[in-house]
Design a protein around this ligand. Structure first.
Ligand SMILES: C[S@@+](CC[C@H](N)C(=O)[O-])C[C@H]1O[C@@H](n2cnc3c(N)ncnc32)[C@H](O)[C@@H]1O
Length: 442
């Protein structure tokens, strides 16, 4: 029989595993929190680390809290519900600081207070998996389990808006009644201000009776169905009138932003509004300025910027999103102030940036891969050619840190401020924002 191992937990990783050391080796402990003393069972030994599971908590953390969701621990959607929300934010802020310091070798002059909002009901976009499970006598609809490829057997989800959570069980019943329950792998949810879209992927044709069932479900539950029979090009609304109903608003700027259920939009609408406001205030805008918005998507920052300054150029890789952004500019009467370009921003250089002309301000909001080519191009520009201020919004602290290292250590920009944004409470996902300043003679 193996002897129980007792460990003191030092910190938490982003999968919410406690980090400890045992005889010089790192151990990741599922279910343990920083400052706790726990007895563990080692579940896997690797050359450079072990993983373990808590068998007994000897000394519990003051920040430990009872997970609110009955599916916590099984469902892979959330990892941190057993930790107070304020402590979750503090951990994310520390992850950001550590990444900047160790990966980027940079330190901001000030840390910004974290941006946070409601901790439940915030997830306005989700991809729900669907599985027909003969053994359980029906269909499961939900997130995947933490371990393995199974769909969690869940009847509610507290991070989804309540009206979406309330659809989980009716959706199971609906899919079980369709003629092709085994051929529906997923349903994507996109919540707008006026409607909620359910986008169903189906690998076989739906029958006329199936279509009737979907329509009547849509009427009963107040949702719009979209269908995807094949690739992304095949996505379409079930009824034509639903084609333009999906939109979110940015009330501070008087904007309505239409989108399609497959477009990139920020998951948490409340935090998005706060984030757009914060980013614009950190840019220190003035009416006569020229601003560039890189990785602009459907214009989430571009259009608000256009309400404040003379000219904004949005650059984005997807032509479809650029078209959508321009359309939104037109319906919001901002088309005179915005220009859009579709372009691969992973392949740009200093010459390309020079050709765009000088900008007073720059906003960068890249995908997880970050903005390395853009950062290298900026680092090569002269003081006169560069924007005075850059605000960088990031969904990956590691690539933000790398790019900050390029901007500061090679380009001699100054990193003024950085802070965490709790876009996804209870998950390990870290969103952040950083502000860089052009420095003369650097
Ligand atoms: C984090 S999203 C930000 C979108 C937008 N700023 C917003 O707030 O909704 C990143 C955007 O980068 C775009 N993107 C991804 N790879 C790209 C590339 N190589 N070149 C240009 N844009 C890219 C995606 O299409 C997406 O719209």
């Amino acid at each position: 029989m193996t002897m129980p191992v007792v460990l003191d937990i030092e910190s938490l990783d982003l999968e919410a595993r406690g980090v400890a050391h045992n005889e010089g080796k790192v151990v990741f402990v599922e279910g343990a929190l920083p400052s706790e003393k726990v007895e563990v069972e080692i579940v896997r030994r690797k050359p450079s680390y072990d993983t373990a599971r808590v068998t007994r908590i000897i000394r519990s953390s003051a920040q430990r809290t009872k997970p609110a969701c009955a599916h916590f621990g099984v469902c892979g959607g959330c990892a941190m519900q057993h930790l107070e929300p304020a402590a979750q934010v503090a951990i994310k802020q520390r992850v950001l600081e550590d990444a900047l310091e160790h990966l980027g070798r940079v330190r901001p002059q000030r840390m910004l207070p974290p941006l946070h909002g409601p901790t439940w009901g915030y997830r306005y976009r989700a991809r729900l998996s669907v599985r027909y499970v003969a053994k359980k006598g029906g269909v499961l609809v939900g997130f995947r389990e933490k371990r393995g490829a199974y769909v969690a057997d869940m009847s509610q989800c507290l991070v989804l808006p309540p009206h979406v959570s309330a659809l989980l069980v009716p959706l199971r019943e609906l899919i079980a009644r369709l003629s092709i329950p085994r051929s529906i792998p997923q349903i994507e949810v996109a919540v707008g201000d006026e409607t909620t879209v359910l986008l169903m992927r189906h690998m076989e044709a739906l029958s006329a009776e199936d279509i009737q069932l979907l329509k009547s479900f849509g009427q009963t539950h107040g949702v719009s169905w979209w269908l995807q029979p094949k690739g992304l090009d095949s996505v379409h609304p079930l009824v034509r009138e639903d084609a333009h109903r999906l939109a979110y608003s940015l009330p501070e700027f008087g904007l309505r932003m239409p989108f399609r259920p497959t477009d990139f939009t920020q998951v948490n609408h409340y935090i998005n509004r706060t984030l757009v406001s914060k980013a614009l205030s950190l840019l220190q805008l003035e009416p006569g300025q020229r601003v560039v918005d890189l990785f602009c998507g459907l214009g989430n920052f571009t259009l608000p910027l256009a309400t404040r300054v003379k000219e904004v150029v949005g650059v984005e890789g997807s032509q479809a999103l650029v078209d959508r952004a321009f359309e939104a500019a037109r319906t919001n009467n901002l088309q005179e102030r915005v220009h859009f370009k579709a372009l691969n921003l992973f392949e740009v250089n200093a010459e390309w940036l020079r050709q765009l002309g000088r900008f007073d301000r720059m906003l960068i909001d890249p995908p997880r891969e970050g903005a390395e080519a853009v950062s290298r191009a900026l680092a090569e520009l002269t003081y006169e050619e560069r924007p005075d201020r850059i605000v960088y919004v990031s969904c990956n602290p590691a690539t933000l840190a790398r790019d900050a290292g390029i901007l500061v250590n090679e380009g001699k920009f100054r990193l003024l401020e950085a802070g965490a944004i709790n876009m996804f409470p209870h998950t390990g996902h870290v969103e952040s924002i950083a502000v860089f300043e052009n420095v003369r003679g650097a």
